[in-house]
Write a protein that binds this ligand. Sequence first.
Ligand code: HPA
Length: 279
Amino acid sequence: MNAVYEKLLKCYDSVRERISFRPEAALVLGSGLGDYGESIRVEDVLDYQDIEGFPVSTVPGHKGRFLFGYVGHVPVVIMQGRVHYYEGYSMDDVVLPIRLMGLLGAKTLLLTNAAGGLNNGFVPGDLMMITDQIANFVPSPLIGENIEELGPRFCDMSQIYDKDLQDIIRGAAKDLGISLREGVYVQLTGPNFETPHEVKMCRILGGDAVGMSTACEAIAANHMGMRIGGISCISNLGCGMQDKPLSHKEVQEMGDQAAPVFKALVTEVLLRCCPEEKQ
Ligand code: HPA
């Protein structure tokens, strides 16, 4: 069997030995949203380190665990702390948790992150719905022998962020009175922030926000047919667009500041994306 798939199934079995919960939706929490789990009805918690073979995050401020619980009526699995490529993991490991949440039953995936703004119209604290992405600066997680059990070798990416889910996110923001930006997310490897010319390059390529996660996760999820939505919190403007050096602290602080609005939007989107009659 494909070694990547074998590892994934091992993790799946390890989770299922302890957890019978069946999520409808999966949520990945970015910087600032880390304590979102405290506002939901948690049924089960599973530390990444207790899952056999699971990659464990090393970033300060990122908790490493799955929460299983309910947002209103919706059964969700939440990743509190994601795995980043810059930590040194293979791309297979970076997307393993996403694939795992898909195998556990999640059909909808909501990806969140903190990102640097590239669009001159953005200000720190803005929320941006991701409409498309540029992932070519990191290896595709689909490189290597294709896992036929998950999806096709040559996978269509024409609508990676689901159009209906985009309408749901737009509608939820409008009804909550949240001003929502929209744009293209560019993933770079990190962990260093960009130089001013790298920021300029990303803008010329059509990017509106830049970050170090998310796009590779969306590719893996799209490969296995999940419905994907994405929201970035613009924690800072890209390097060279503001007059002070960038720091992780700044990213975290703005994430914390935007958190109440971000959380309200995420909750409303989850409630709307899985209507009650479908449960
Ligand atoms: N660049 C890359 N990743 C980021 C940034 C940034 O400016 N802000 C938050 N994550």
